[in-house]
Design a protein around this ligand. Structure first.
Ligand code: 5GP
Ligand code: ZN
Length: 137
């Protein structure tokens, strides 16, 4: 993908602070960390979104995310880790090359997700949505 910023990082056309690399994936520091130490893992081959990405690549991305999460806990003493993966503009995705965010979390780090749970009108409404999903699975 010509204009993909993450492909450019893989091609070393633009710099990145790489923390892990193998034949399939590259992990590097996010330039705009939600919490300092925030890292990204991407496949070396361009895929996007998750629904168009082969299962073995998804597995590899998440196995690598686990390694990085472990390193964040060991290196920084992180108390927790958020693993996040956005797909599509509606989700907040900005870079359209599949990537997994690994964000170290600390007690009282001051970050709060704007996560406001809603309620269904009734169980029928939830069950109807569940039924539509089951038909696709
Ligand atoms: P998204 O919103 O697409 O899930 O997240 C994209 C992430 O990529 C953001 O957290 C952003 O800070 C990071 N990012 C965007 N451009 C660059 C870049 O050139 N270098 C690095 N290291 N991170 C980037
Ligand atoms: Zn790309």
């Amino acid at each position: 993908m010509n204009n993909c910023i993450f492909c450019k990082i893989i091609q070393k056309e633009i710099p990145a602070t790489v923390i892990y690399e193998d034949d399939d994936v590259l992990a590097f520091m996010d330039i705009g960390p939600i919490i300092k130490g925030h890292a990204l893992v991407i496949p070396k081959k361009h895929y996007d979104p998750i629904t168009e990405t082969p299962d073995e690549i998804i597995a590899k991305l998440h196995i690598t995310a686990k390694k990085i999460a472990t390193a964040q806990m060991n290196a920084f003493g992180a108390d927790g880790v958020n693993i996040l993966q956005n797909n599509g503009r509606a989700s907040g995705q900005e870079v359209e090359h599949i990537h997994v965010h690994i964000i170290p979390r600390f007690e009282n780090d001051g970050h709060h997700w704007n996560w406001k749970p809603k309620t269904y009108e009734n169980f029928d409404e939830m069950n109807e949505l569940a039924g539509k999903l089951q038909e696709q699975l």
